[in-house]
Structure formats: C-alpha cells, structure tokens
Design a protein around this ligand. Structure first.
Ligand code: ATP
Ligand code: MG
Length: 258
C-alpha cells in the first residue's frame, strides 16, 4: 500500500475572466521512505499540488489517500491527528514563522498542539530536535530573524520532524541557500530519510538536486504530467519535449552531458 496515492487531482483558478487549470488530472503515488520529485517550468502546478496534498487549498476533483485512508474526507480532530504525520518545509522560513519568535517557541508549538510531549519534557525534546538537525541547543533562545538562512532551514526541518511525520512536502526548500549550505541540508534530509524512513514530496526547479536526492520524478507542464519515472533515467534521457527543455536549461547537467 502506498503512503500517499493521489488520483485524478484537479484545481482550477479564475483569473481575469479566464480559467487556469493549475492542476489537471494528476495521479501519482509515494511509497514509505521514498523521495518523489516534482519538476516542471514555472507555473506548471508544482506548488498547487503541494498545497492540495497539505489541504491548504481545496481540490476541485480527485482523491488523496494518505496512510491508507481518504485524506480529503477527514475533518476536525481526525484531520488534526493525521496532519501530524504530514509536514512541510517551504523555501522561506522567515515568511513561514514569526521572525521575532524564538527557535524554542517555533519547536514548542507542534509538540504542544499535537500533545506529543508533556510541558516539563519539552525543553529536553527541543534540545534533542536541535541536535538531530545539527544545531547547538543554545540556539533555542535566539530569535528566528537572528539566525542564518541555513540555520533557519534546519529549524524548519526540526519543526517538521517534531511530530514524527511519515511524509514531508518540501517546496523549493533548498533553493534560496548557497551551494555549500544546500549540500549540507540535502545531506541532512538524506540522513533523516535513512534513519527515520521519512518519505519526501520534493519540489525543485533544479534537476541536478533532483537527480541527487530523488528516487522518482514527475515532470509537469501546464498542470499535467508529461513524463515520469526513475529520476536518473528520466533526467539522463528525457522523452518529453518539456523534459528535454528542462534538462537543456540546467547548466550543470548539460555540461555533464556534453
Ligand atoms: N491563488 C491563485 N490564484 C490564481 N492563480 C493561481 C493561484 N495559485 C496558482 N495559480 C496559477 O496556477 C498555475 C500553477 O501555479 P503554481 O504556483 O502551482 O506553479 P509552480 O509550478 O509552483 O511554479 P513556480 O516554479 O514558479 O513556483 C499558474 O498559472 C499560477 O498562476
Ligand atoms: Mg512553486
């Protein structure tokens, strides 16, 4: 049984009298502990799929099964409980968190909200989470806006894993980081996956990064899947026009190929 099974997902937006099919009849699945990447040109629907899977926006049509149940049918307490297993990391943690909040506060929230750790245990759990993502525990007292972009993304990952998720949705999570920090964060994600069996829905415009971390890739264009398969196979020899164009536009890859 797949961890996540998305079938015939659709989402339209109305814009200036026209209807845009942001996501159009999209189906894919993610197995436990697997990384599935979404690639595609700007506006192809990657972030909309992420938001639909996280139920941040409502689908027009389609089905999402998560951990064996109908995820779109959940409401109230059942939805909150299931959501603990489905976490997210976005490109810009400064926008996702209150910049004046302390790191401890950001990590305390999910533990409190999901009732995971008793109040007296939480400081120890927060220190353990920081250590797990390679940060010193004294960072807990610092404000989000005072730490570096790489440290902030580690805090975002610590927050995501606080509720012991089975799936993390990462939307351009390493795109804003410079190359060396990006490599460290990707390694952290790979380590967490190996040790905790977490699956990732990994959205990136960087095919080099996808090739390095993803098991499978889905290529989107104008809301539709145009190609999918083993990440290296697809990226090394794309069959679709859009896939070929993406590979041709990726500087490191075209150098590799040519
Ligand atoms: N809230 C919204 N209102 C209207 N149109 C939207 C909205 N969100 C997305 N769209 C449109 O849906 C389409 C898909 O957008 P989406 O953000 O999912 O693309 P993307 O693949 O994530 O692009 P990028 O690589 O630039 O992040 C685009 O045409 C976009 O303009
Ligand atoms: Mg996007």
């Amino acid at each position: 049984m797949s961890l996540l099974a998305v079938s015939n997902l659709a989402k339209r937006y109305r814009r200036g009298g026209k209807t845009v099919a942001a996501v159009d009849d999209v189906s894919f699945h993610i197995e436990p502990g697997e990384t599935l990447a979404l690639a595609g040109p700007s506006g192809s629907g990657k972030s909309t799929i992420a938001r639909l899977v996280l139920r941040l926006v409502e689908a027009d049509a389609g089905r999402i099964e998560f951990e064996g149940g109908d995820f779109l049918a959940l409401t109230g307490a059942a939805l909150r409980a299931r959501r603990a297993h489905l976490q997210m990391v976005f490109q810009d943690p400064l926008a996702a968190f209150n910049p004046r909040a302390t790191v401890a506060r950001v990590l305390d929230d999910p533990l409190r909200i999901h009732g995971i750790t008793s109040r007296s245990e939480r400081p120890r759990r927060i220190a353990a989470l920081l250590e797990r993502v390679g940060l010193a525990s004294d960072l807990a007292a610092r404000a989000i806006h005072e730490i570096s972009g790489g440290q902030r993304q580690r805090v975002a990952i610590a927050r995501a894993i606080a509720t012991k998720p089975s799936l993390i949705v990462l939307d351009e999570a390493v795109s804003a980081l410079d190359v060396s920090v990006r490599g460290q964060i990707l390694q952290l994600l790979l380590d967490l996956q190996r040790e905790e069996g977490i699956a990732y829905l990994f959205i990136s415009h960087d095919l080099g990064v996808i090739r390095a971390v993803a098991h499978r890739v889905v290529i989107l264009d104008a809301g539709r899947i145009v190609e999918s398969g083993d990440a290296r196979t697809v990226i090394d020899a794309p069959q679709s026009t859009v896939g070929r164009a993406l590979v041709a536009a990726a500087p490191r890859l075209s150098r590799q190929a040519g």
